[in-house]
Design a protein around this ligand. Sequence first.
Ligand code: NDP
Length: 487
Amino acid sequence: MMTRPDAQPTASHFINGAYVEDAAGEVIECVYPATGEVVARVHAATPQIVERALAAAAAAQKDWAAMTGTERGRVLRRAAEIMRARNRELSELETLDTGKPLQETLVADATSAADALEWFGGLAGSLRGEHVQLGRDWAYTIREPLGVCVGIGAWNYPTQIAAWKGAPALACGNTMVFKPSETTPLCALKVAEILTEAGAPPGVYNVVQGMGAVGAALVGDARVAKVSLTGSVPTGRKVYAAAADARRHVTMELGGKSPLIVFDDADLDAAVGGAINGNFYSSGQVCSNGTRVFVAPDIKERFLDRLVERLSGVVMGDPLDEAVNFGPMVSEDQMKIVGGYIARGIEEGARLVTGGGRVNRPGYFLQPTVFADVTDGMTIAREEIFGPVMSVLDFETEDEVVARANATPFGLSAGVFTADLTRGHRVARAFEAGSCWINAYNLTPVEVPFGGSKLSGVGRENGLAAIEHFSQLKTVYVGMGGVDAPY
Ligand code: NDP
């Protein structure tokens, strides 16, 4: 039995630079998915807590924006350093919050959050408008913050999502109220605590707990200028509609059903590795996963054999044990949903190559599951499963497979494995998706934009693109002489 760190936070919310409690809010139990035990309890925000958080963010915004970008950036970079220094503790908390193996969280969560804080911190001092000469007259643009931003997170990457939204928002001079998923309430509080320790003034970054109703209350508040959501397509639709009503800016990072095409000239081991990362990392609970794997007929059986062989390297157990490389589903509900999809795959005639069931141990573990001979119409090929279920489909020609890859209402990600340089670029160009990979999969460094097209999203996170989504330009036209008027 591993010794388990204490996960109980100081209080449920973080507002105006300090932990805040209001026990009147509904209790949210944080369950360790590897055992089903409750490891922490927080309270959902009451209307008073929501009000306090929004008021704090609104009060802090002008002074935060009045600091120079370099000063704001220094706070973010200091926060990145603290986060790296505390990586193990934060990773353990992420593991308790989500059930993801510590082996993963040590390298993918607080580290990615620190990257975002460092990168946007470095950028903050260089944000600027432009000068445009117009003959005798001229104009310039001023890059201004939007104001109070609301961030709403999903449960799969609670630290990363809190920082991917917070870092660019704060770099641009906005303040934020962040609501984590009720399933994973713990990690965002640490982001707030660390930003404060790094020198962020009170109110600049606040966290409130709660279910959808708290999210909806934040989105509907008149002080809010922008909403950035990571979540499912149905929630995205509701939040987008609510935000549109008041003309708020939005970023929507939503679900997907992404294709991964493996041509017969691909490096087989690299393609199998890409398919493993794109289906089984975080036990498949990744929005950009390439869950429809189209494999060329000549290599299909070799691909499947190698995949099954490599999956024998899966080590399940307590995710706090660093030797474990495959964790449970985040919750019992999610396990049931994914289990339902596996049953559907079998019913609809897909060939179960490996996995297919629950694992006989405590917690919400499902086996990594691979289906072959999947056809486009099957439920498992159409709907986002958000679990460790890979569908392998056959194809004949490049044109056909690209058309089928794009025949989905989603458009988050897509990947292609091939040794043919021109084909790789041609296929990437043809994909209807926001984030594409050639001979790689699921790598999302903060330096490059990430986000979806079609139903998968609006706007982009990360890269310079995120700045455009957390700031707006004011144009100032300067007349240098008299004014011509018709009468
Ligand atoms: P949900 O859509 O269920 O929830 C997302 C967040 O929105 C939660 O914090 C939720 O609160 C909140 N919420 C729910 N209803 C409302 C509302 N009416 N107004 C405001 N906020 C609301 O997603 P999950 O948490 O189940 O996450 C899984 C989904 O997220 C998958 O579809 C996945 O593809 C997507 N995702 C997308 C990513 C991307 O970058 N594109 C990355 C990661 C995940 P609560 O749950 O507490 O009730």
